[in-house]
Design a protein around this ligand. Structure first.
Ligand SMILES: CC(=O)SCCNC(=O)CCNC(=O)[C@H](O)C(C)(C)COP(=O)(O)OP(=O)(O)OC[C@H]1O[C@@H](n2cnc3c(N)ncnc32)[C@H](O)[C@@H]1OP(=O)(O)O
Ligand SMILES: CCCC(=O)O
Length: 443
């Protein structure tokens, strides 16, 4: 069957395509690299004609024109924050939309997240009328299933990525098509600091041949990736929400074979990819890797099937009870729950699973004041990302603090032992006052 006629019939300009949007609509932009650049510009140009249009997306990597257009017509809502989303929220131009990543598809399916118009970037059509969703599988199939109208922005710079459900959309499901040659946004991997390297050094001995690895974002996972790349470790499996350049380096070093995985053997699995152009080119038509829905990748039912699952993510602060905040600083939204709780939950179910949450022991604010990230109790507004009932091992540049199954006094002792030495005495006094310190604890 020849789909080129259908393609031509649906092909239009961005300006005409966005006429489908009405005041009051919910418009979904998918997420991250799938955000449609030309359609966003054209929709923003309707600023003033439209009112109360709610735009939903996540992890924006370049300015969103519906936000830049200013107040009046559009309200932008982010499921998760990049640095840019964080700035938009700081400036009162956007709102955060709390979510648990493995459930986000169900929010759409169950009607909690309505969609009038879905607009997203896809790769060019194949001979069968399919457009690859490329770098963002995430929950796109759920959005496709509920959207009243679908407009795609076809861009040859979007790699064609193979996968399971959510890896493509068929032309028969699409209402309008526009074309674009915009660059797909890239993200530079943050450089590893000395502290990142120390933390990676504590985690490294916990790793073993044949493990399946989920690496989070930030400098520390990169430092760990570099250690693994130079080590004798072998036959690592990739099963991750986010595929970034850290994994590309491990592939290139021959460390990832996926051959020891208990499920998806021979395949590296991800749900969202962002990083360098080199990474995007590596993913193009690469049969050893597949994209899968976040509801599959992040689900404990999936992760429990790996015998040796290792999960490493970043956090912002913790208290002496073992509660972890990874998404706010007081009431300031920094990031999101993302997949952190999913991977902590799933890794506990893995037979020999090991989950680590890592942070530097201190944070230096813009005025140069050094604060302990380990606090007696949380400051007002801090949002708990990982509750103490699920918190795994915490790592700082001073070592590891195990938490699972321990009573409050042992948790407090382990946590204080990895705090910066300048803050330990004050933390001990606070622990005593809070009734979670035993006189026999080390001082
Ligand atoms: C890949 C996967 O599979 S992902 C699954 C896991 N997902 C998660 O773990 C989500 C939650 N975690 C995260 O988002 C990240 O790991 C983070 C935010 C905790 C750390 O990421 P990093 O990139 O190392 O954060 P970074 O140090 O750049 O800090 C980010 C911002 O928070 C601010 N910040 C960080 N710590 C603090 C603090 N204690 N107090 C105040 N502000 C703080 C920084 O100043 C910075 O703000 P800015 O952009 O205005 O300068
Ligand atoms: C795409 C990465 C989001 C997360 O933090 O889980």
């Amino acid at each position: 069957m020849d789909f080129s006629q259908a393609y031509q019939e649906k092909l239009t300009t961005p300006e005409e395509a966005v006429q489908i949007v009405k005041s009051g609509d919910w418009v979904d932009y998918s997420q991250t690299c799938a955000i449609p650049v030309r359609l966003d510009e054209a929709l923003a140009a309707r600023h003033g004609d439209l009112s109360d249009v709610k735009v939903r997306s996540s992890i924006t990597m370049q300015p969103l024109q519906v936000v830049e257009a200013g107040e009046g017509s559009f309200i932008y809502n982010a499921w998760h924050c990049s640095g840019l989303d964080r700035r938009y929220i700081d400036q009162g131009k956007a709102f955060f939309n709390p979510m648990l990543f493995r459930n986000v598809g169900a929010y759409y399916r169950k009607g909690y997240a309505p969609v009038d118009v879905l607009m997203l970037t896809v790769s060019p059509m194949d001979a069968y009328g399919n457009f690859s969703t490329g770098l963002t599988n995430c929950c796109v199939q759920d959005i496709i299933d509920v959207a009243k109208y679908i407009v795609i922005e076809v861009n040859p710079n979007m790699p064609r990525v193979y996968g399971t459900t959510g890896d493509h959309i068929h032309i028969s499901q699409v209402d309008k098509i526009v074309e674009s040659d915009a660059q797909i946004p890239t993200a530079a991997a943050p450089p590893a600091t000395e502290i990142d390297r120390k933390i990676a050094g504590y985690i490294f001995p916990e790793l073993s041949d044949g493990m399946t690895l989920q690496l989070g974002i930030g400098g520390m996972p990169n430092a760990l990736g570099a250690l693994i790349a130079e080590s004798d470790l072998k036959d690592i499996g990739m099963h991750t929400e986010l595929m970034s350049d850290g994994y590309l380096n491990l592939y290139r070093a021959g460390k990832i074979t996926n051959m020891k995985k208990e499920i998806d053997r021979g395949k590296g699995v991800f749900s969202i990819a962002n990083g360098s152009r080199d990474l995007y080119d590596f993913l193009h038509e690469n049969q050893s890797i597949y994209s899968a829905p976040i509801g599959y990748v992040n689900h404990p039912d999936t992760i429990r099937q790996f015998k040796n699952f290792v999960s490493i993510n970043g956090c912002i602060a913790m208290d002496l009870y073992g509660q972890v905040c990874s998404e706010t600083a007081g009431t300031r939204q920094i990031s999101g729950t993302g997949g952190q709780l999913d991977f902590v939950t799933g890794t506990f179910e893995s037979e020999n699973g090991k989950a680590f949450l890592a942070m530097s022991s201190t944070f230096t604010d813009k005025a140069g004041v050094v604060h302990s990230r380990i606090m007696p109790t949380f400051t007002e507004g801090d949002v708990m990302t990982t509750p103490r009932t699920q918190v795994p091992t915490i790592v700082t540049e001073y070592g590891m603090a195990h938490q699972v199954g321990l009573p409050t006094w042992q948790r407090a002792e382990n946590i204080i032992n990895i705090a910066h030495p300048d803050f330990r005495e004050a933390l001990i006094q606070a622990a005593e006052a809070q009734g979670i310190w035993r006189r026999t604890n080390k001082r």
